[in-house]
Design a protein around this ligand. Structure first.
Ligand code: PGA
Ligand code: ZN
Length: 397
């Protein structure tokens, strides 16, 4: 049973405060922390921040920490950590608001994830297996990593308008090989960028992507294509874009595009999605909000969900929204945030829910490699049972 819940304020990868919690049970202490992003939308769960300009420029999370240490702790002590849905609903009921603004989604999610880890320990199974059980799925799958290799937009200070270009080693046979290919491509890209744009272009953005001062998407795609060519893996490595632009070339092996239009521009997103050029992933469009996902399914506005657990607030609700997307034959991409922590929960989540793709930034920088390295460990632990999504990344049913 849960014997103690103790939270504290820590820093995320951008140096901005976030919530960490230690949840104690008879089996030990289980720690979780929550990420944060740039694109906080009106439909996502509310991240509680103190707003005291004298403390971390208004970003401290003392209230969220206090809510855990007092109200949430009181409600959960004595509960069985295996009962994820009951724990999550106890917090949802305590909060009573739709967007979790009373206790803070950052407070609730940290505890939800810590309880999930404690539940796995209680059952003596790996975290990804526990998540797979909670979601009622039969099979686990190692996701294809969508490595950020070029950064722009709000995630970098260059003049490249597109937020990121990613590479997906779909033709690898195992996650371990995918990580190797991703890292090799990234390092080839460093050389390409240095040759064409000088080594200042090798400074990295928030997610670890390189930030050459290029001005067009085509220029970025050319750099990435050249890096892929140098690896010798050819069309076994595909490209994806998280962009806000209408014009792009189809001579590149692009397999998905995220947020091709403004988050309220349902019409164009739908039109674009129906062209069937590639998978269209809704991130800012959906904000992991089940009502928006339902609407997008009904209107066929896009055909894949970008899953950001902190936009939802509990593990249980994250599992539910993935089910919703799956039932509509959508793809699902498990995602990090630009402000990350040393928690690799989303790695287990992507395997347990078999989302097919994980997007956790570049194959560099500790808070990003944490996620990829955890997938290496999971693949090793699953041994013969490990299945890499590979070419089936779109549908891992
Ligand atoms: P964010 O970026 O964390 O700034 O929202 C991540 C993404 O857009 O995928
Ligand atoms: Zn995005």
């Amino acid at each position: 049973v849960i014997t103690k819940v103790k939270a504290r304020q820590i820093l995320d990868s951008r140096g901005i405060p976030t919530v960490e919690v230690d949840l104690h049970t008879n089996k030990g202490v289980f720690r979780a922390s929550v990420p944060s992003g740039d694109s906080s939308g009106t439909y996502e769960a509310i991240e509680l921040r103190d707003g005291d300009k004298g403390m971390y420029l208004g970003n401290s999370v003392a209230k969220a920490v206090k809510n855990i240490n007092e109200r949430i702790s009181e409600a959960l002590i004595g509960m069985d950590p295996k009962l994820q849905a009951q724990i999550d609903h106890a917090m949802i009921d305590l909060d009573k608001t739709e967007k979790k603004n009373e206790l803070g989604a950052n407070a609730i999610l940290a505890v939800s994830i810590a309880a999930c880890k404690a539940g796995a320990a209680e059952k003596e199974v790996p975290l990804c297996k526990h998540l797979s059980d909670l979601s009622g799925r039969a099979n686990m799958t190692l996701p294809v990593p969508a490595f950020t290799v070029l950064s722009g937009g709000n995630h970098a200070s260059n003049h490249f308008a597109i937020q990121e270009i990613m590479i997906l080693p779909v033709g690898a046979s195992r996650f371990e090989e995918a990580l190797q290919w991703g890292s090799e491509t990234y390092h080839h890209l460093k050389a390409v960028v240095t040759e064409k744009n000088g080594n200042m272009g090798c400074n990295v953005g928030e997610d670890g992507g390189l930030t050459p001062d290029i001005s067009s998407l085509k220029e970025g795609l050319e750099l990435v294509k050249e890096a892929i060519n140098r690896t010798g893996y050819g069309d076994k490595i595909k490209i994806a874009i998280d962009v806000a632009a209408t014009n792009f070339c189809i001579e590149y092996p692009i397999v998905f595009i995220e947020d091709p239009f403004d988050k309220e521009d349902w019409e164009h997103t739908k039109y674009f999605s129906n062209l069937g050029i590639c998978q269209v992933v809704g991130d800012d469009l959906l904000m992991s909000n089940s009502k928006r996902v339902e609407r997008a399914i009904q209107e066929s506005a896009c055909n894949a969900l970008l899953l950001k657990v902190n936009q939802i607030g509990t593990v249980t609700e994250a599992i539910e929204v993935v089910k919703l997307a799956r039932d509509a034959q959508w793809g699902v991409v498990t995602s990090h945030r630009c402000g990350e922590t040393e928690d690799s929960f989303i790695s287990d989540l992507s395997v347990g829910l078999a989302t097919g793709v994980i997007k956790a930034g570049a194959p560099c920088r500790g808070e990003r490699t944490m996620k990829y390295n955890q997938l290496l460990r999971i693949e090793e632990e699953l041994g013969d049972q490990a299945v890499y999504a590979g070419e089936d990344w779109r549908q891992t049913l």
